[in-house]
Design a protein around this ligand. Structure first.
Ligand code: NA7
Length: 544
């Protein structure tokens, strides 16, 4: 095993490695751990100054898990599980970042990570069967395998609003939040965006800002998180049952401890439905979304009843009936977009210092040097917070000029929507292996990451053992997987709605139409298909 300090050659002689990994978030870190085990030389290239990925960048106020903390950590090391204690059922961002840093220290990862470096291009060299990467410094590096662990939601997008660069106050996207503490006391603050991030941010800013104005384009269905500290007794119980917890995650549809109720909402009485939903509304975490009736995401009637149940909750919690109506989504059903979990979000609109602006009624015309102008009036702000989301799933790939066989660009290949083999490979891009690439499954992200990293590592080991140096997904294998992805998506109400999960982002060119962008089948189904591929010796992949 080669373990030099991580450096990139600035000379014309590229540094040669077995593996380069892009990204030192939870995926890149675990991939590094597994590649090292294979005795391969490896470097991780990371844009940030430390590990943690999502949890490094998203330092905005109120950032925290919506996954139970004890289902979110790595499961691969029993020692790590026993020595790390989560303090809350849904941990806040600073704690998760500390966790990632702890893992990096514990497994001595940083010496193989090149921080504060960006990959600008990656070119496949057919003759030598390797990838040549160019960094922003101009330095070149080559590796037999390129593994992308660059994140599904890692490229923040700002709204395309006239005058955005003219604002004279402080403006910040939540995913580029400063490392220093930001105070809101005495400030007039605007938040744009009411997705999972916006809702977390709004709750926190409303506590201290002199005035908070929320600009909402689309109301989102949101339900209580019910976070609480983990008591010492619960801590002991959690640590003694990790194998059961992860077994439950493995067997569930999307890696959470929650799994759909076997009943269909349309089959039970109104009373049974209401009792069940009341129970879910009082319970912590994603149960209300993932542990709901099994037809919630496919049956319009069940979905409409559930949406009505949540709408009634919003009306009960928001005093002003007009504001309550604005906060109730009218254009999509509950759960058809990612459900943000909240802690007192709706009550915030009862506060005198908080105002809600519905952009469907009064659109923004421009950002001015002093604030925001809507069709109705001018607002003055000291600070504008953009919680406007990400160029999801393919964004991190589009940032890099990736060229495969015959100089073909990945961005062009995916112009009409990404096409991959189980999210791991794209045709014409040999030896490019993706951890959680497009068209793979989403869910409780670390659970998906661990499986993906292990599958990729197993493939590397197979090639290493057999002396193989080139792997490429066959076009027919990609097509076969795309057919599976399409079949799995049939009947899902979420496909009828604009969201990052259907590939829509109005702030990105070419992302205005809905496309298939993820495998929406179950985790167990995905893993059994991928396990079978490996067990059969990877017949779908062309290996030399
Ligand atoms: P999301 O869920 O994509 O939400 C972005 C929000 O920003 C959403 O409310 C958007 O409204 C709004 N937005 C985006 N562009 C504009 C413009 N131009 N004008 C007004 N409002 C705008 O991103 P998040 O960061 O909240 O969450 C991403 C994921 O991270 C989340 O699912 C979790 O898994 C963690 P829209 O709904 O498009 O009308």
């Amino acid at each position: 095993m080669i373990h030099n300090k991580a450096t990139a050659s600035g000379t014309s002689q590229p540094q040669k490695l077995d593996v380069i990994i892009i990204g030192a978030g939870l995926a890149g870190m675990y991939q590094l751990f597994r590649v090292r085990e294979l005795g391969m030389s490896v470097r991780v290239i990371e844009a940030g100054s430390d590990v943690g990925g999502t949890w490094y960048w998203n330092r905005y106020p109120g950032a925290r898990f919506d996954s139970e903390s004890y289902t979110y950590g790595y499961s691969f090391s029993k020692e790590l599980l026993q020595e790390w204690s989560w303090s809350e059922h849904f941990a806040p961002q600073p704690e998760t970042l500390r966790y990632a840093q702890h893992v990096a220290d514990r497994f001595d990862m940083r010496r193989d990570i090149l921080f504060k470096h960006k990959v600008v291009s990656a070119e496949w060299l057919e003759e030598s069967r390797e990838w040549q990467l160019k960094l922003h410094t101009g330095a070149l590096m080559t590796a037999r395998f390129l593994i992308t662990a660059a994140g599904s939601l890692s490229v923040p997008t700002l709204p395309r609003i006239k005058g955005i660069e003219q604002f004279a106050g402080v403006a910040c996207h939540t995913a580029n939040w400063p490392h220093e503490a930001v105070r809101f006391e005495g400030k007039r603050v605007a938040v744009l965006g009411t997705g999972a991030t916006g809702i977390q941010t709004i709750q926190e800013v409303a506590k201290t800002a002199a005035h908070l104005t929320v600009f909402q384009r689309t109301a989102n269905w949101s339900a209580p998180l019910h976070n609480s500290p983990i008591t010492p007794e619960q801590q002991i119980a959690i640590k003694s049952s990790y194998s059961d917890i992860f077994k439950r995650c493995r067997e569930s549809i999307s890696g959470f401890i929650h799994n759909p109720d076997p009943r269909r909402g349309v089959e039970v009485s109104e009373q049974e439905r209401e009792e069940f939903w009341e129970k879910l509304y009082k319970a912590a975490g994603f149960g209300i979304w993932i542990g709901n009736f099994r037809d919630l995401m496919t049956d319009r009637q069940t979905n409409a009843w559930m949406s009505d149940f949540i709408a009634r909750k919003i009306r009960q919690r928001v005093k002003d009936p007009g504001i309550a109506e604005k906060l109730i989504p009218k254009d999509h059903g509950f759960g058809t977009r990612r459900v943000p979990l909240e802690s007192g979000y709706f009550e915030i609109y009862n506060q005198a210092n908080v105002e809600l602006i519905d952009l469907r009624e009064t659109p923004i015309e421009r950002i001015t040097p002093t604030g925001i102008r809507t069709a109705q009036r001018d607002f003055e702000f000291d600070m504008i917070i953009y919680a406007t989301g990400f160029d999801a799933l393919t964004g991190a790939y589009d940032q890099i000029d990736i060229r495969g066989t015959n100089g073909r660009r990945l961005k062009d290949q995916w112009a009409q929507g990404a096409r991959t083999f189980h999210g791991f490979q794209s045709e014409d891009f040999p030896n490019l292996l993706m951890v959680m690439g497009p068209m793979g499954p989403l869910g409780n992200i670390p659970r998906v990451i661990e499986y993906n990293v292990e599958w990729v590592s197993k493939l590397l080991k197979h090639m290493q053992t057999k002396g193989l140096t080139r792997v490429e997904a066959r076009p027919e294998s990609v097509q076969a997987w795309m057919d599976v992805v399409k079949a799995a998506s049939i009947g899902l109400l979420s496909n009828e709605v604009d969201s990052w999960m259907t590939g829509v982002n109005t702030n990105v060119d070419g992302k205005t139409a809905r496309v298939l962008s993820r495998f929406s089948g179950t985790g167990p189904d995905f893993r059994s298909r991928c396990d079978a591929i490996a067990a059969d010796g990877y017949p779908e992949l062309d290996m030399k």
